[in-house]
Design a protein around this ligand. Structure first.
Ligand code: FUL
Length: 652
């Protein structure tokens, strides 16, 4: 945390330089500003708050393997997207209203998208652009051309590097950061993932390696100082911050109450580090958190982070993206949407169309603040200075001009007379966060039949708070009541009507095999009934007691089926026990002779427990199938409980 303090002091330094110019009468109000409350954002964090929306692009040899986590053993020759066009991707993001692009310059598979000196496993050894290409550069250039800011994600876990686990690899990782911080201009973020350690290729060793997440990378001592020095404008993201924290899920949703302030704590009382944190308060932050570490909500546009052709019809629609916007940006967090180029090197038309629709919905919805033209009656205005601290400041676009109260007025009221009867279903509130997160809560009342009726309330206002009403309201008169431990500093009051946009996804869904004749056999295991794994109810699940792995579950399908793929839905109740991470799938005609059809890994299942679809790439005839669970996420021994919410097979 040491380095963010340095930056905070630098920011305070700027403030005091500004106050030296107070003799200039136009700045007289500066000495009257409320004192900042609690931790305040750095300059880099302010830029990040203003961005609100950016995209994260996953594209490596893993795309060509149709996987979510590459093992680190894919040949570099796989990586050859014939029509790659960074401009198509950047333009689609721009049309969606996104303000930045982050390139996954290296994912867990270890393949570097830029020609690095740190490993041979990089783009120079791929056939793409005859080995002369630099994809990070193409993304950076395309982003800038579209007026987007640029950032990098460099996975600390490297399933390819032979030295992973030794000090040599930690040095190489830092060198990778230095290379990326040197050649791609000013970055708005350096993104550090928490997933780290496990099995991998590791230069051919093919083994399991674990590192001490708290100490191996020497984050505070050696690694982050490089970012601070070489990219002072970048916010450092990881699940503990130090500038932006992970929200604790990959659904794109912050907690209803989500404070920007937070104190990272390690699970064992030791040192918090990426991947080594007590996640309890990630979503909500803490009202009395020691640092300004707001949340980022990362969520893929499709079910997975990488492109899978079978998910073409599961792209999130503009309406779904808008809901996520309300639940992330509308709760003071940022919205980081994962984009997944296909093996051609382009975004699929469904993704492009959905981004465009989302951008239109945002533009139309926020085109006009319906509160414009309103007149205000405030119970208090700081020092009586209407110009600098009056409520008219709520209606301009400046996030840092504000309505403030005197220090002893901590529960002010504002009556808002709209210029005419107005219909809205969305309320926006913002604080001037340069003065900290001051408000405990805000209440909006509507004048109806001669009295004030409660309409909406929210806690943790901060950089932005969007409150969607259950249904549109029409009125001319509103009241805002604010509650804070200190003087308030509110910068924005907005009323909007959510716009509709037309949108249709192309492509048909897969056909599920009929399960009515199925008979399930799961051996003499104690636990819940295995039938729950095939009952068509995603909310129920089969869960065993702790058992020796592998655990087979077999099914007599009652007739001959032609199968082209399977689907495993992990339990959806948020409990991580029993999530399948490695499996073998076999079929049989008679229930005694079995043939292996496929085996593999369900990567990233703990962070993103979505339906895991496996396409065989061929059709298989069978009367019986057997699904054997070889390993479970986050469990290192070969004894564990296992769980299945739904198991499906698909035909043509
Ligand atoms: C996760 C990773 O393990 C995923 O593969 C993905 O990169 C996501 C953004 O972060 O934790």
């Amino acid at each position: 945390m040491m380095f963010r303090h340095v930056i905070n002091l630098a920011v305070l330094g700027v403030v005091s330089v500004a106050s030296l110019t107070r003799c200039n009468s136009t700045e007289d109000h500066l000495q009257d500003e409320p004192t900042p409350y609690g931790p305040i954002p750095t300059t880099a964090q302010l830029n990040w708050h203003e961005m609100e929306l950016y995209c994260l692009i996953h594209f490596t040899p893993t795309t060509f393997q149709n996987k979510e986590w590459g093992f680190g053993d894919a040949s570099a020759s796989l990586f050859n997207p014939p029509r790659f066009d960074a401009n198509q991707i950047a333009a689609a993001a721009k049309a969606g209203g996104f303000k930045g692009l982050i390139s996954v310059a290296k994912h867990h598979d270890g393949f570097c998208l830029w020609p690095t000196k740190t490993t041979d496993y990089n783009i120079a050894n791929s056939p793409w652009r005859d080995g002369k290409g630099n994809m990070v550069k193409e993304f950076a250039d395309a982003a800038r051309k579209q007026g987007l800011q640029f950032g990098v994600y460099v996975s600390a876990w490297d399933r390819n590097h032979p030295q992973y686990g030794n000090p040599e690899y930690a040095d190489a990782y830092r060198e990778q950061l230095r290379e990326l911080y040197s050649n791609y201009g000013e970055l708005f973020t350096s993104w550090h993932d928490g997933a780290n350690g496990g099995d991998g290729y590791y230069g051919g060793a093919n083994e399991t390696r674990r590192i001490d997440r708290a100490t191996y990378y020497e984050w505070e001592e050696k690694t982050w100082p490089i970012t601070r020095e070489m990219q002072p404008t970048a916010v450092i993201f990881s699940d503990i911050g130090p500038d932006v924290r992970w929200v604790g899920n990959e659904k794109g949703i912050a907690a209803e109450t989500s404070w920007a302030t937070f104190t990272p704590v390690a699970p064992d009382g030791g040192k918090p580090a990426p991947g080594h944190i007590d996640g309890q308060f990630l979503g909500s932050g803490q009202r009395d958190g020691k640092y300004w570490i707001p949340a980022e909500c990362d969520v893929p546009h499709r079910p997975g982070w990488f492109y899978h052709p079978e998910q073409d019809d599961q792209v999130k629609t503009p309406d779904q993206l808008f809901d996520l916007y309300l639940n992330s940006v509308g709760r003071g967090a940022a919205f980081n949407l994962g984009l997944a180029p296909n093996t051609e090197g382009l975004l699929h038309p469904n993704d492009v169309a959905s981004l465009k629709g989302f951008g239109e919905k945002l533009t139309k919805t926020f085109a006009e603040n319906l509160a414009f033209g309103a007149s205000f009656d405030a119970s208090n205005i700081r020092k009586g200075n209407k110009k600098y601290f009056g409520p008219a400041n709520l209606l301009n676009d400046d996030r840092y001009s504000y309505w403030a109260t005197d220090d002893d007025v901590t529960q002010p009221e504002l009556i808002i007379e709209l210029k005419a009867e107005t219909t809205f279903d969305l309320i926006r509130l913002r604080e001037n966060i340069k003065l900290g997160q001051r408000l405990d809560s805000a209440w909006v009342d509507v004048w109806q039949d001669g009295s004030w009726q409660p309409l909406a309330m929210a806690t943790s206002i901060g950089a932005s708070r969007l409150i969607q009403l259950d249904e549109p309201v029409t009125t001319e008169r509103l009241r805002l009541r604010l509650f804070a431990p200190v003087a308030v500093a509110l910068s924005d009051f907005g009323l909007f009507k959510i716009a509709e946009v037309d949108f249709a996804l192309q492509g048909a869904a897969r056909t599920r095999a009929d399960r009515s004749l199925w008979r399930v056999m799961a051996g003499p295991l104690r636990g819940s009934d295995p039938v729950l794994a095939v009952d068509g109810k995603p909310e129920t699940f089969w869960l065993t007691n702790e058992v020796d792995l592998p655990v087979p579950i077999s099914v007599d399908m009652g007739k001959l089926e032609t199968i082209t793929g399977i689907g495993y839905l992990p339990r959806q109740d948020g409990n991580p026990v029993g999530l399948v991470s490695r499996y073998v799938f076999e079929t049989s005609m008679d229930g005694s002779d079995w043939e292996i059809v496929t085996r593999g890994e369900f990567s990233n299942i703990a962070a993103n427990p979505i339906l895991q679809y496996v396409d065989f790439g061929k059709a298989v005839q069978a009367h019986y199938f057997r699904f054997s669970i070889d390993a479970v996420a986050n469990v290192t021994s070969n004894r564990s409980a296992v769980s299945i919410a739904e198991f499906e097979v698909y035909g043509n």
